[in-house]
Design a protein. Sequence first.
Lengths: 139, 384
Amino acid sequence: VRGRLIAYGFGATLIGVGGVGLLRDAADTDPAGWLIWFAGAALTHDLLLAPLVLGAALLTGRLPARYRRPVRVSLVLAASVSAVALPMVLGLGRRAGDPSRLPQAYGVDLAVILALIGLAAVLAVAVGAVRRGRSRGLR
Amino acid sequence: MLRRPDPARLIAALGRFASREHDERDQRTAAWLGVALGVSFTVAFVTGLISHFMQHPPGWAVWPSRPVGLYRLTQGAHVIGGLATIPLLLAKLWTVYPKLWQWPPVRSAGHALERALVLPLVAGALFQLVTGLFNIAYFYPFPFFFPAAHYWTAYIVYGALVIHVATEWAKVRGLRASRGGPGARPVGPSRRGFLATVAGACGLVGLTTVGETFTPLGGLALLAPRRPGVGPQRLPVNKTAAAAGVTPDPAWRLAVTGQVTRELSLSLADLRAMPRHVVRLPIACVEGWSAEATWAGVRLRDVLHAAGVDAGAHVRVESLEAGGRYRTSEVDPPHWHDELTLLALNLNGEPLSLDHGYPCRLIAPDRPGVLQTKWIARLVVHRS
């Protein structure tokens, strides 16, 4: 219990340091703008992203069992790399005169990675089918 | 008997609906993800503080100039670790999402406080990862200055995390205690599969980005915002001369002033006539990328000794840039005494290109790239 109280005190202190710092450094942190992004991040996740994932989960739940797992796994992998790649793919940070900044063809790169993930999923389904076929043959 | 109002029934139904597709009652999945997040946010917090205090050193701290690649390592861990945390955080939020719709929303004052503290944790964690990702992609749709907002928000997130861990510690302990014990749920393929998938997603993100700082995997850095060998003289550029408003000046001289025995004004020919040294050092950017290069030039300490300075002196390096937050940088004794710290004139065997700081730039070991001041005009020596 004592350890927990110390942790609560330490945590509250850190939150206080951050909050006071944000307000004192207002010229740089723009507290009103910060709050919009802070709350907006949670709201976007809770009201947009999570329901979308829920929808995908329900849709893939209708798939036959042998497809479900590979499809879900590949969707998780594909969504993760796509989320990280998105700002690069959009390339909004490119600047004329600095070609070393975002130098790659990110759309192509992402497409290659997604294709590889898809290929892995197809292989996983095929391997599963072969295995099932073999175990049926043994019986 | 009280009938629940309709919104409550709706929310309760949504909660049941949300938990149907993943076993939210399985707290062990959430606890394992929580342990991993605790580790990754601790690494991010510590490495972030290191980076912050290297750039804004408090009076009591002296940063060492060795090991040469320390900042490269800490900032690489900060950024690549942060990217790899994106799937991990989303997975954790997915496992606990039904709790958002729990009914009644608040059971007691303590429960209300507990739930209230989840907001800064969730919002702050998402905020840090999203703004960090946008920042390394040079995409600034937000109204605040990224380093300041990211820095202060880190305290809020980590404070909320400490409180959350203290509250949930029993569940983490339960991970070991209940293994195989009575009432323990068997480690089913679904949990193992889910955790393995999440680990795979984190690994895939890391694998396709880490090459921007870990050169042996450079070929795999398909999604990284930088490639170590890509740029003028095979080195990336963060701020171009055009962006800094710097043009080459044939009459350029390096001034050494301040607390010196004799002020110096050195031409490029004067510098080239001094003992020349070649070092292999990385530019290690705060954005997480790093790239090694071969630099040639004059040791900073040779120039300072020629001007006559105290061993404990500090040096402000001033750029030709007209303005900007990083126009000047401070070099403390450990760094200017280091034999690897050069006023570089050459890069990878050629005179510095204008974008890399022609005619003269600073290159020092274990130092953020933004402090490797380019287009040096003056060295101002001072006491503290």
